[in-house]
Design a protein around this ligand. Structure first.
Ligand code: SAH
Ligand code: SF4
Ligand code: F3S
Length: 439
């Protein structure tokens, strides 16, 4: 067998959640700092598959990606590194089945350059250690970023919802130090970011010894010159402190958007999921958030077909959706994950029933999303320009409520401009810049 030679070009492909996108960017920066050059997936000499383990489909994708890379047309097979949550959960198994070169877990990717050298010397390089947030101190400085950037502040999860692999793939809840986050936020702004989304599997569990809490961190970041917008995701209902709710009332750069997954609307199912909140406690929490920020856009995650979910229990999820009137939502068919308690539960819901429930749920969400979008028509709001659109002169930006807005403007990426919303479509809005328009 030919030992793979040291790669000079690389490509990082990320799947899964926003934290994986962030990790992918950091791995690219790390490889770039070694003198390697970014290239396409068709011809890069090293391809990093930054994988997701959350549902069965996500895992299957890894094997098909590996197969495709091994038989790509444009160039010989690359050195393949499997990173991310699949690497953590079953990296050794993949290495046995698919002959890859590097396996690196989400808490160990600061060692990627060393692992690549090891693989270049001809042996499988595997690192799935989980030191608590050691990696951040060993990563290079942030380089150029877009108008909207991600910043991981918290990782891991102690909640152990019975269906979920994240506590196993990402480890226990750990918060990055306050100053490291503030420094990285400043570096991101210097590198071109106007908006920062703070990331964590349970981002609102972030804290430090001084007891700043996420709201204290947000209030500090709010004072960074040039940082126009702050967002955070994903939150757990039980970690939504009054301090954080209050911040939504008076921190101007904190956007009126809250992604607060509930998963289901029935208390028996919530209990079986080990969510440790009830339908009612969730709804009361939203009342408190809406009291300080009436226009807040709410989004959620839902799982249909959890083991044993009856038709009536599913109806409770639909009625919750109607009660909350979500501006957006992500919904999934339950997928049994090896090693999780729910995988051993009885009462598997037939695939056809899951399909039907998912369709009904998504139709309900779409109805509320369209109504939410329609309600912004005629309003004037600030739009952060994020990229150019397909048509000449067209730019795309985001409303405070995270809606995509397209408009014709001379404004440039990173500009925050006043826009009147003219039309609401199910997935986006059309606007007109109000500068020069009669009010
Ligand atoms: N920490 C976040 C996100 C976790 S993963 C949170 O708690 O909200 C994102 C979403 O994937 C979850 O909210 C859940 O809706 C979905 N999910 C997780 N495990 C799943 C599984 N086994 N089957 C189907 N959906 C799942
Ligand atoms: Fe998974 Fe639950 Fe933790 Fe979210 S809170 S990451 S769904 S275990
Ligand atoms: Fe997937 Fe891991 Fe994120 S399992 S959703 S990539 S934390």
């Amino acid at each position: 067998m030919n030992a793979p030679k040291t790669p000079k070009t690389f490509h990082v492909k990320s799947f899964g959640c926003q934290m994986n996108v962030y990790d992918g960017e950091r791995m690219a920066e790390l490889l770039g700092a070694q003198g390697m050059v970014a290239a396409g997936a068709e011809d890069a000499e090293l391809v990093v598959l930054n994988t997701c383990h959350i549902r069965e489909r996500a895992t299957e994708k890894v094997y098909s990606e590996i197969g495709r890379l091994k038989h790509r047309d444009a160039a010989p097979a690359p050195m393949i590194a499997v990173a991310g949550c699949v690497a953590q959960a079953e990296g050794a198994e993949i290495a046995r089945r698919a002959k890859i070169d590097v396996v690196v877990g989400p808490q160990a990717y600061h060692n990627l350059p060393e692992l690549v050298s090891q693989a270049a010397a001809g042996s499988l390089a595997l690192d799935t250690d989980m030191p608590a947030i050691a990696k951040f101190g060993s990563l290079p400085a942030r380089r150029k970023v877009g108008a909207s950037a991600f910043l991981t502040v918290q990782e891991g999860c102690d909640k152990f919802c019975t269906y979920c692999v994240v506590p196993y793939t990402r480890g226990a809840e750990v918060s990055r130090p306050f100053q490291a986050i503030v420094d990285e936020a400043k570096a991101l702004v210097d590198a071109g970011a106007c908006e920062i989304t703070l990331l964590g599997q349970n981002v609102n569990a972030w804290d430090d010894e001084a007891g700043h809490g996420l709201h204290g961190l947000i209030r500090t970041l709010d004072r960074i010159d040039g940082l126009k917008r702050i967002r955070y995701t994903t939150s757990h209902p039980n970690d939504m402190s009054q301090g954080l709710i209050d911040a939504h009332g008076d921190v101007e750069s904190l956007m009126p958007y809250l992604h607060l997954p509930v998963q289901a609307g029935n208390d028996r199912i919530l209990k079986a999921m080990n969510r440790s909140h009830s339908r009612d406690s969730y709804l009361r929490l939203l009342d408190r958030v809406r009291a300080v920020r009436p226009d807040i856009a709410l989004s959620g995650d839902f799982i249909v077909g959890f083991p044993g979910e009856t038709d009536a229990e599913f109806e409770d999820t639909l009625s919750l959706i109607d009660e909350v009137r979500y501006a957006a939502a992500f919904s999934f068919k339950y997928s049994p994950r090896p090693g999780t308690p729910a995988a051993d539960m009885d009462g598997a819901v037939p695939a056809a029933v899951m399909d039907e429930r998912l369709q009904r749920l998504q139709a309900a969400v779409l109805r509320h999303q369209a109504a939410f979008n329609q309600a912004t028509v005629g309003k004037t709001c600030q739009i952060l320009i994020e990229r150019s659109g397909r048509q000449p002169g067209q730019m795309l930006g985001k409303s405070p409520w995270l809606q995509s807005v397209h408009l014709v403007t001379d404004a440039r990426i990173g500009d925050l401009i006043e826009v009147r919303i003219e039309a609401g479509l199910p997935n986006s809005l059309a606007g007109i810049e109000t500068v020069g328009l009669a009010a």
